[in-house]
Design a binder for this molecule. Structure first.
Ligand SMILES: [Zn+2]
Length: 414
């Protein structure tokens, strides 16, 4: 099926292409590539060059997604979407998102002219990180046809999504054409893990079974600010000591609940002076789990704990939900197939949960999705030192090619 004799060389070229795209940046000396910034043109040109060498037609859709299509000659062929994102956070690494797009091209190269019973639509999403507009997934929303509602959202400078699309040189009036129509058999995303699990377990690749759901809240404990020297310990209503008890309770619950992660990432004691008892504390809570009922149950429990702490300490407690995303299970049948491909290539197919959001969250609500993780050395991501090992890229290519072949057998049997 595959004509590749040198997988290592193909992995090396995949990494080299990621580094070329890393040079397409808004900020010299950093990797920063937000939604439809001018350097995105150069990034697309790098992908175009590789695609042209494979004889593939490419285009930019009206949401700025880079698209390449490999057509099947089979009548009534369905479409497999392979993709990830091309935008980055500020001062990013070279592989978050980009690697999945370039791996898609490398896989198509590995196929050579081997016929497939399905079309392959390779997509480099224009926006996943939510940096410029505070709303993530503009690219994948356009692919599934729900980006229209974001056109009037503004960035920090007051520009709308629609204006940014026009300034980049695209016709926002054709946004509907970005929607992928026809019969889609599934979506495959390859992405770096962005966490330490695979490295800790000594594995190259991970089989994602679900993307965790998450809740983000703003919390406030209110007590009474007073003089730090004259107020005896027994007569204080210290909002920060109450908050501290809550932070540790959140950690304890997460540690004792398999798969649960809970984080207080921001905490502001007021008035914030060394000689004043904190009268009020604003804090955030971010809580995630692969199963919504576990996350929601834990959140209920923590809010009850917070009320209890407030009661005991003469404080008041209030909370506001800022964001909620449901968990997205990957498609069982496609995930089994990806696991078979991993086993066939000598990889251990242990299921894992993605704690971070991905395009597969959006796409997976519409079409069957499967996700393959590559080990992140040092567990590091969203950082200039983000890395990936060539041997892991080679393993992903072998598994990806095997997956395409197993999928072809399944489609031919339909
Ligand atoms: Zn990413």
């Amino acid at each position: 099926m595959t004509l590749v004799s040198d997988w290592t060389a193909l992995a090396g070229r995949t990494l080299a292409c990621c580094l070329e795209i890393a040079a397409c940046t808004e900020v010299p000396g950093q990797i920063t590539r937000t939604f439809l910034c001018p350097p995105m043109h150069e990034a697309h040109a790098r992908l175009d060059a590789w695609a042209a060498s494979l004889g593939l037609q490419t285009r930019e859709d009206a949401a700025g997604n880079w698209r390449a299509t490999r057509r099947s000659a089979r009548p009534g062929a369905r479409t497999l979407v392979v993709g990830s994102h091309l935008d980055s956070v500020p001062d990013a690494g070279a592989y978050d998102g980009v690697l999945g797009v370039v791996l898609g091209l490398a896989l198509l190269e590995a196929l050579g002219d081997t016929p497939l019973p399905y079309h392959v639509e390779l997509v480099g999403f224009s926006e996943e990180e939510g940096v410029r507009f505070g709303v993530p997934f503009i690219g994948s929303r356009a692919l599934v046809g729900t980006a229209g509602e974001l056109l009037e959202v503004t960035d920090a400078g007051g520009k709308t999504v629609a204006q940014v699309i026009a300034e980049y040189g695209l016709d926002v009036g054709r946004l509907e054409e970005a929607r992928l129509t026809g019969d889609v058999l599934g979506y495959l995303e390859m992405h770096i893990e962005q966490g330490p699990v695979l490295e800790a377990e000594g594995r190259s690749l991970g089989l994602v079974e679900a993307i965790a759901g998450q809740s983000r809240l703003d919390l406030t404990f209110t007590g009474k600010a007073n003089h730090a020297g004259t107020t005896p310990m027994g007569l204080r209503r210290d909002a920060l000591t109450g908050t501290s008890a809550f932070v540790l309770a959140a950690e304890n619950l997460a540690r004792s609940t398999p798969g649960l992660v809970a984080t207080v990432g921001s905490l502001t004691p007021l008035p914030g002076a060394s000689n004043v008892i904190p009268g009020e504390v604003h804090l955030t809570l971010d809580i995630r789990h692969a199963r919504d009922e576990v996350r929601l149950g834990a959140l209920d429990q923590l809010l009850t704990v917070a009320e209890g702490i407030a009661r005991e300490r003469g404080l008041t407690f209030s909370h506001q939900l800022r964001m909620e995303e449901h968990a997205t299970p990957m498609n069982p049948a496609l995930t089994v197939l990806l696991g078979e491909a991993m086993s066939a290539e000598g990889q251990v197919a242990v299921p894992m949960v993605s704690g971070a959001g991905h395009d597969a969250m959006l796409v997976g609500q519409v079409w069957p999705a499967a996700m393959l993780f590559l080990r992140s050395p040092g567990g590091l991501s969203h950082h200039p030192d983000e890395a990936v090992l060539e041997e892991d890229v080679e393993a992903a290519l072998r598994v990806g090619a095997r997956f395409l072949r197993l999928l072809a057998e399944r489609e031919e049997a339909r």
